[in-house]
Design a protein around this ligand. Sequence first.
Ligand code: PEP
Ligand code: MN
Length: 309
Amino acid sequence: MKRPGFVEAAEVERGVNVPQSYRLVRRDARAERTVVRLRSGATFGGDEIAICAGPCGVESREQLEQAARGVAESGANVLRGGAYKPRTSPYSFQGLGEEALKMLRSAGDQYGLGVVTEVLDPRDVEKVTQYADMLQIGTRNMQNFALLREVGEARMPVLLKRGLSATVQEWLLAAEYILLGGNDNVVLCERGVRSFDVATRNLLDIAVVPLLEEMTHLPVIVDPSHAMGIARLVPPIAIASLAAGAHGLLIEVHPDPPNALSDGAQSLDCAQFEQLMRRLAPVAEFVGRRLPKRQATAGTNRNARPSMQ
Ligand code: PEP
Ligand code: MN
């Protein structure tokens, strides 16, 4: 007998009544939209836009320090950087692991930035939560259900990137796994999907920004860097993303992009990032939001937690 309100797995498979299976993420599951707040104070989903910026991968203390100082001075409020890199080739730079996590924590504390970093393996979730403020689930892991379950049990916000060729339905159901595990603090990140056209690295589906605003109470941000794959195309698309209503941006910034160990071609340098932030300010205002306050005292954050060396 069919239970009222209960969606059979077979119906979900066939796409029947699928909206009912987004029990927890659907817009009308909550009276208010979700605002995700990091320990550092950065918020996603409120009036303040979240600006996550930093290198693709943490390569050295010096590289991270330069990037963190640059993005903090320009007004970013979250430092990004990969410690564990999901590389297509096993011979490419794989990340510095826990050493990089320590560097991220100390740079984040020094410059008053939250820290978001990718976790690839369910066995690393506990370790990464000791250093980060937000766990990134990368595009290649959007349907790694063991990992989704593990971060669902973590008491830390999650940035869930859209899978390489995931439908909106698959993406929302991936978020549903995390909420079902007890973790309500999920931010969705559109980063472009695979397309027939390789003129840009991926095809940015900007339409999902207003679409998801209707479908879910979760905040949505855009990563124009991985979508475009070409640094000079990042600023106009970052602007378009905020204009479309994105609650934040994820931008790759490297102090020396030509010598980056990963994703140099799509990385802005610190001066280009500064220029982009200036261009974003009026766009934020236009959509009734604001950029994070610049850290007047970047580098001398009095509230810094003791750094974990
Ligand atoms: C990244 O953020 O550096 C990354 C690997 O992103 P994605 O999972 O979107 O490819
Ligand atoms: Mn990258």
